[in-house]
Ligand binder design. Sequence first.
Ligand SMILES: NC(=O)c1ccc[n+]([C@@H]2O[C@H](COP(=O)([O-])OP(=O)(O)OC[C@H]3O[C@@H](n4cnc5c(N)ncnc54)[C@H](O)[C@@H]3O)[C@@H](O)[C@H]2O)c1
Length: 351
Amino acid sequence: MQASDNIIFAGPVELEQLVHKYIGETEKNLILCDTNTASYCLPIIKSYLPEINDDQLIIIDAGDEEKNITSLHHIWSKMQFHGVDRSNILINLGGGMITDIGGFAASTYKRGIPFVNIPTSLLGMVDAAIGGKTAINLSKIKNQVGSFRHAEAVIIYPPFLDTLPDEEKRSGYAELVKTALVFNKSLFQQLMKIDSLDFIDDEVIRMAASLKQGVTQKDFLDRAERQCLNFGHSIGHALEALYFSHGKELSHGYAVASGILCEAYISTRVTKLPMKDFEDIQKHILDGFPTVAFSVDDIHDILALIRHDKKNFDGDIRMSLLSNIGHCKQAIPIPPDLIEESLMYYIKHTT
Ligand SMILES: NC(=O)c1ccc[n+]([C@@H]2O[C@H](COP(=O)([O-])OP(=O)(O)OC[C@H]3O[C@@H](n4cnc5c(N)ncnc54)[C@H](O)[C@@H]3O)[C@@H](O)[C@H]2O)c1
């Protein structure tokens, strides 16, 4: 297996060459899209390779609930129907939903065929398409079944973002902020100067993608420093689950942004994040993301949800926390009272 991701930043000229290299050789190289990326991104690929025919396409409905065993079965069956073998390549053209399920389908079909990720969402470009984690959800629980296997190549072509809805862009931006906070202060300082997500420059995407590549190279199997990528997610996931239990929708990115603020608050106490760093984080989160509303009465349920987090062990709630912007420590035990205090702080500063 490859030791690292082969990330290729492409302009139109490179994209044309890569499309010919990875798709053009045989009709058995299939392309997986969701309904949105089939409408908005596939035409760009086809403009470079008009020979692509409809039989080569596997299109599934958009939305994370489609990252399931039924869609997986459909992808495997299509590959089998077309006589795909290990000499062929599956092209995953989409956001994290498509690269996760496509990566898993390819990594398991005939004990593993190569796949190429072409991320089309911001979250995909800076995070999901990189690092070799593939997965599907099981019984509505996220990423329960998956594998570790690198893509043959990850082709990043930022103009795909032109059609990405604003809410999706902001959701991906939360992960970008997280990556900067845990690994690179100068990237965070660059982000603090951005006043519109329409102007995320390619250099920012390139920096974030290579930070993700770097940590996954060091800790491919997620046993140590890769866990820092979970900063903001212990509380973020609990907020998502709280909304879900009330039958309400909450964007993953907005939940993570709130989780970042609460976990930065906890970091000031436990890992001694300096107050100046905390204030910069607070300003960036409160200016850049909508408030995630919850009340004092919800705190008990949020804590119960955090207790189920898979990063916990030895009976302790564990989190990745910041010691400075750009430096993170993983698996730190956190007293529940402090989590409660951070949630109270969030409520106080957002209402
Ligand atoms: N494997 C990993 O390391 C990793 C890391 C983080 C997240 N993830 C996974 O990634 C998924 C979330 O990724 P996501 O936010 O990209 O979600 P997504 O793939 O569902 O895309 C979000 C929405 O944007 C649409 N879309 C994507 N690109 C578009 C484009 N260029 N133009 C128009 N519409 C477009 C999609 O159709 C979808 O409706 C989750 O399943 C999460 O578990 C995986």
